[in-house]
Design a protein around this ligand. Sequence first.
Ligand code: THU
Length: 164
Amino acid sequence: MTERNISFRYYEVSTLSDLPEDEQKLVERARIMCDRAYAPYSAFYVGAAILLENGQVVEGSNQENGAYPSGLCAERVAAFAASANYPRVAMKKIAISARSNRLEIHEPVSPCGACRQVLLEYESSQDSPMKVLLAKEEGKILVIEGVRDLLPLSFLGNGLKRSV
Ligand code: THU
């Protein structure tokens, strides 16, 4: 048996102003989007903003439903909106933030497994990584160079695509 190791590098900045200007704006958009969440069940309000290669910013917020599994995370709302409105335009960066009036949020919000899977497929279909900025209402921000780092040994449905 051979031991193998997977590690990845990520960066931490202590405040928004330590980021380049385009990333500051993207995090600000994600923070604003938290106010547009529909999250009456969890009271956990998440916002996401995706910067596309054409300069457009596409946003999302989490949308819940009384039939719980029918809701969707902010990241997927944003990514699906981006792909639906700007098909095959590369997603360069995504910023995510969260706030709550019921829970204390100590760490920047990090995407769930299903969102990582969805973001990874879009990243894999373009020729550049999608940088990920994890934030909360204020304070430190984590910077990850690509979605691939967030989902090692991932499943990519390439083998499922039919060649006709
Ligand atoms: N949620 C997101 O929108 N994104 C995340 O990264 C974590 C979780 C949502 C799903 C649900 O509406 C609420 O937050 C609580 O899990």
